[in-house]
Design a protein around this ligand. Structure first.
Ligand code: PRP
Length: 177
């Protein structure tokens, strides 16, 4: 039986997302921004963040190979779905639910930078700093969290729990020492 412990409440999330949206609105005042969500975990954060940005906002989505032992062991990230439109000359904000080892965002920032955006920033709701394998940091970071298995607000365990409104630590038999 899975046990869930609330780590970050829906109220804390909403307040932080509003704060990040206000910062983005101020930083890019008067300019359009293109939010690129990294499927699938970022979808809920992107939907809420977009509505807190008072600018001309467009969406695109990108997908990479799933989080598995292969990536952890080899550091390999594979592109599964590219963006639909060119990023050249645009203000890009890569939107992630969680910055963990940093392999995904290192790969994606290198990929997108090659197409010469005007600006390229990272918004990550959660940041597990202790797990970092690449020297990458978010520009708009919600919460730094400990190295625990979290679900909810877009984050899953085997595709479950993405729709939880709070971010919870999953404490299951298979997940505890
Ligand atoms: C998770 C998360 C990030 C990535 C972060 O995605 O959404 O994309 O892992 O990990 P990293 O910093 O170690 O690269 P996941 O592969 O679980 O896919 P999902 O978003 O579809 O759940």
């Amino acid at each position: 039986m899975d046990k869930l412990r609330v780590l970050i409440t829906r109220r804390q999330i909403a307040a932080k997302v509003a704060e990040l949206g206000a910062r983005i609105s101020a930083d890019f005042a008067g300019e359009p921004v293109l939010l690129i969500g990294v499927l699938k975990g970022a979808t809920i954060f992107l939907a809420d963040l977009a509505r807190q940005i008072e600018l001309d906002v467009s969406f695109d989505f990108i997908a990479v190979s799933s989080y598995g032992s292969a990536k952890r062991q080899s550091g390999e990230v594979r592109l599964v779905k590219d963006v639909d439109h060119s990023v050249e000359g645009k203000n890009i904000i890569l939107v992630e639910d969680i910055l963990d080892t940093g392999l995904t965002l290192t790969y994606l920032t290198n990929l997108l930078q090659a197409h010469r955006p005007k600006a390229l920033k990272i918004a990550a709701l959660l940041d597990k700093v202790s797990r970092r394998m690449e020297p990458i940091r978010g520009d708009y970071v919600g919460f730094q969290i400990p190295d625990e298995f979290v679900v909810g607000y877009g984050l899953d365990f085997a595709e479950h729990y993405r729709n939880l409104r709070d971010i919870c630590v999953l404490e299951s038999d298979s997940n505890t020492a």
